[in-house]
Design a protein around this ligand. Structure first.
Ligand SMILES: C[S@@+](CC[C@H](N)C(=O)[O-])C[C@H]1O[C@@H](n2cnc3c(N)ncnc32)[C@H](O)[C@@H]1O
Length: 255
């Protein structure tokens, strides 16, 4: 009993330390602050870039220097990625875009589920793409392709069945532009799935701007024509939110 309590406290403390110290954010040097009225400017918070979208300050990009944090061994039980992937109900032929793929923590776990499809692993940081390319080469993985995204465009080379964003969307410098392009690349009926640390829960030890509330995510997805389908709450720390590109708005999505 005491042993179990000890391990639980140690786990909570580890997550807290990782969240406060190790999510070292580099300045979002990719940002061009000449955006129009879609975005507003404020003085930056410690974990933000001072750019506001739909009432939310955008978080700093997690620098590639902290890539090891994405690959920490405790992540499997802290975040239960395998359960999240099960919930995607992937089909073998699916084309999946992992937007903000980082080191490919999700991309490489998804690839066995889409043997006749592929994973497009998109990131803005070339260093992250380089790390994924090494794994692809070493492990002879044939269905994961890295894609250099820009701050405004994921540069998806083909139509996709599903876009996954894990702990990434809140730090997109141009969320509206990225989502508009992503929605254009999504097949009608295709899904956007987002995992974001629960912003409603102050006890989740993650920096404030690196968490999102369900309400805020829904507002921002609705603004680009996506329809909320469900939110799964079985993950320990994150909302897993499912949105769909409806068939009926194809060709007349909001610009
Ligand atoms: C916190 S990491 C999460 C990585 C990965 N999804 C995971 O869960 O392990 C966020 C990633 O999003 C990437 N990113 C930030 N802005 C982006 C954008 N506009 N387009 C694509 N990737 C972006 C960052 O470079 C970083 O690798």
């Amino acid at each position: 009993m005491v042993r179990r309590l000890f391990f639980r406290l140690a786990a909570i403390l580890t997550v807290f330390l990782l969240a406060t110290n190790l999510i070292a954010c580099t300045p979002a040097s990719l940002v061009d602050f000449s955006a129009g009225e879609v975005y507003q400017q404020k003085s930056p918070s410690s974990d933000g870039i001072g750019k506001v979208y739909m009432g939310r300050e955008i978080a700093k990009v997690m620098g590639h220097e902290a890539a090891y944090w994405l690959e920490r061994s405790s992540r499997r039980w802290e975040e239960q990625p395998d359960q999240a992937i099960d919930a995607l109900e992937l089909q073998p032929t699916d084309i999946v875009a992992d937007i903000g793929a980082g080191t490919g923590f999700f991309s490489f776990r998804i690839s066995p589920f889409v043997p006749d499809g592929k994973v497009l692993a998109v990131d803005v940081q070339p260093e992250m793409l380089g790390m994924m390319d090494q794994v692809i080469e070493q492990d002879h993985i044939v269905n994961v392709e890295t894609v250099q995204g820009s701050p405004t465009d994921p540069n998806l080379p083909e139509a996709i069945d599903l876009a996954l964003m894990v702990d990434a969307y809140h730090e997109f410098d141009y969320p509206k532009e990225i989502m508009q392009r992503l929605v254009s690349a999504l097949k009608p009926g295709g899904q956007v799935v987002m995992a974001e640390y629960r912003g409603e829960n102050p006890f989740i030890p993650i920096k404030r701007l690196h968490k999102m509330s369900q309400r805020q995510v829904k507002r921002e997805m609705q603004a680009v024509g996506l329809v909320w389908r469900k939110t799964e709450e079985f993950l320990p720390l994150q909302h897993l939110m499912f949105f769909e590109k409806p068939y009926e708005v194809e060709g007349r999505l909001p610009k």
